[in-house]
Every structure is written in structure tokens, then in C-alpha cells.
Design a protein around this ligand. Structure first.
Ligand SMILES: NC(=O)c1ccc[n+]([C@@H]2O[C@H](COP(=O)([O-])OP(=O)(O)OC[C@H]3O[C@@H](n4cnc5c(N)ncnc54)[C@H](OP(=O)(O)O)[C@@H]3O)[C@@H](O)[C@H]2O)c1
Length: 246
């Protein structure tokens, strides 16, 4: 089996902006056929169009990862267009962080549904395909919040810690036939920072982002590294952060 990405079929959720967009662009540049999912179809179409104009291969499908049937349809799109599925990148996420005292219960539900249930829906959709093919690679985007919790991020960190634990258990169960990798970025320069948080918290996070964040392309390169290892090598976890982030 080739170690490069040429012709490998990769689903990326949350591919319309930020880290997911950077992953899709980077993997497509390296020859992967990418299948892009997110809720906003216009933004997805724009990213897919850029990939195609640069000579790459991309299709997209409006997808809400909170809905199991949407993620199944995204995987079906990969099989229909490109004849299989080699990699499932579960990246879609929400970060409306807040203090627990604020009781933003709808945001708690949102983060559990997108960050955790969305990853589970990716597993449920891709695992039967991987088993049938006898090959496949899960990549889950967690966060440094899965390793260190700070105030305002209790619930967000809980979802990312759950993804980390889930991913390691999955890796152990699926070896030696399938591969499972966790990629945990620190502060990354995306529009997702502060989105959905109250304006004061959002402003502070955006200021911190502009001061210390790394570019999303750094995360994309980490994902490519995990994918490009020989079949017998499973990159379990990668944690990366800007040098300015303690
Ligand atoms: N930025 C950071 O500092 C940082 C650090 C560590 C980890 N992360 C993680 O990296 C991932 C990407 O975050 P980002 O910073 O790139 O944020 P972003 O720029 O806001 O991108 C989030 C992406 O997820 C999609 N999305 C949101 N809800 C969705 C849903 N229900 N179904 C499908 N797609 C959905 C968004 O598109 P639609 O809204 O159109 O659906 C968008 O494409 C997240 O899992 C986040 O937790 C980010």
C-alpha cells in the first residue's frame, strides 16, 4: 500500500473554514480526493471550487454531524464519487465557551452534540466501510483542552477529553487492521475562536488568538504526517501548539 496521499479518499467534516478547510486544501494538494462536509453549503462549494481550480479532486455535501444520517450520506457520497473511503477526518466542532455559572445549557448541549456525538456518528458511518474494505484510518481533531482544563472551558474540555479517551479505546479495538489517530491543536488562528461566546469572553479570546495562535496549516501538516506513515505504523496522538502557548 502506498504511503503517499495520491488518490486516497478522505472525508473531512467541518471543511468549510478554519482547520478543516486547511486540512482539505493540504491533503488535496498532496493528491487526496477530498469529500467536504459542513452545514453551510455555499462555503463548502467555494472551498471545493478552489481545490478543483488548482487541479485537485473535491466534492461536497451539506452535513450536520449532529445527525447520524447526514454523516452516513457524506460517506455514501465518498463511495459514489470516488469508489471507497480511506480516511475519515472528524474535525467539525463548536467552541462557545463560558463560565458554568452562566448556565448556558444550550451551548453545553451543542458542544456535546457536535464535538462528541459528531465524532461518534463518523465512527458509525465509516467503520462498517473500513471493515468491509479491510483498510481505513480515523483522524479525530481534539484540542490541547483534552490535556489541560482552564476556566471557561470546562464543558469544551470535557468533550475533547471524551474524544481523546474514545479515540484511544477505538485504536486499541481496531488494531491491527485499521488505524486511529488523534490530533490535538492548541490555539489556532480561525474564525471559530470566540464564536458563540458572550462578547466579553469572545473579545478576550480573539485578542489572545491574534497574539499567539498558530496557522491552521500547521494542523493540516500534522494530519498529513499521520496519514503518510507506512500501513504498519499508527500515529496514536499528536499534540501541537504555538511556541508562545504554555
Ligand atoms: N481554533 C482553535 O484554536 C482550535 C484549537 C483546538 C481544537 N480546535 C478544534 O478544531 C476543530 C475546527 O475548529 P476551527 O477552529 O477550525 O473552527 P471554525 O473555523 O469555526 O470551523 C468549524 C467548522 O465546523 C463546521 N461545523 C460546525 N458545526 C457543525 C455541525 N453541526 N455539523 C457539521 N459541521 C459543523 C463549520 O461549518 P458550518 O458552521 O457551516 O457547519 C466549520 O466548517 C474543532 O473541533 C475545534 O474544537 C480548534
Amino acid at each position: 500500500m502506498t504511503e503517499g496521499l495520491e488518490g486516497r479518499v478522505v472525508v473531512v467534516t467541518g471543511a468549510s473554514s478554519g482547520i478543516g478547510e486547511a486540512i482539505a486544501l493540504h491533503l488535496a494538494e498532496r493528491g487526496a480526493h477530498v469529500v467536504l462536509g459542513a452545514r453551510g453549503e455555499d462555503a463548502l462549494r467555494e472551498v471545493a471550487g478552489r481545490i478543483e481550480s488548482a487541479g485537485g479532486r473535491a466534492v461536497h455535501r451539506a452535513t450536520d454531524v449532529r445527525r447520524r444520517e447526514d454523516v452516513e450520506a457524506l460517506v455514501a457520497t465518498a463511495r459514489e464519487h470516488f469508489g471507497g473511503l480511506d480516511v475519515m477526518v472528524s474535525n467539525a466542532g463548536a467552541m462557545p465557551v463560558s463560565l458554568m455559572d452562566d448556565l448556558r445549557v444550550d451551548d453545553w448541549d451543542l458542544m456535546i452534540d457536535v464535538n462528541l456525538r459528531g465524532v461518534l456518528h463518523g465512527i458509525a458511518a465509516a467503520l462498517p466501510v473500513f471493515r468491509e474494505q479491510g483498510r481505513g484510518h480515523f483522524v479525530h481533531i481534539a484540542s490541547t483542552a483534552a490535556y489541560k482544563v482552564v476556566p471557561q472551558q470546562a464543558l469544551y474540555a470535557a468533550t475533547k477529553t471524551a474524544v481523546r479517551v474514545l479515540t484511544d479505546g477505538l485504536r486499541q479495538e481496531l488494531a491491527p487492521d485499521l488505524r486511529v489517530s488523534l490530533v490535538s491543536p492548541g490555539f489556532t488562528h480561525t474564525e471559530g475562536i470566540g464564536k458563540g461566546s458572550d462578547p466579553e469572553i469572545a473579545a478576550a479570546m480573539i485578542a489572545r488568538r491574534d497574539e499567539i495562535a498558530m496557522p491552521p496549516e500547521a494542523v493540516a501538516r500534522a494530519v498529513a504526517y499521520a496519514l503518510e506513515q507506512p500501513e504498519s505504523v499508527d500515529v496514536g496522538e499528536i499534540v501541537l501548539r504555538s511556541t508562545a502557548q504554555a
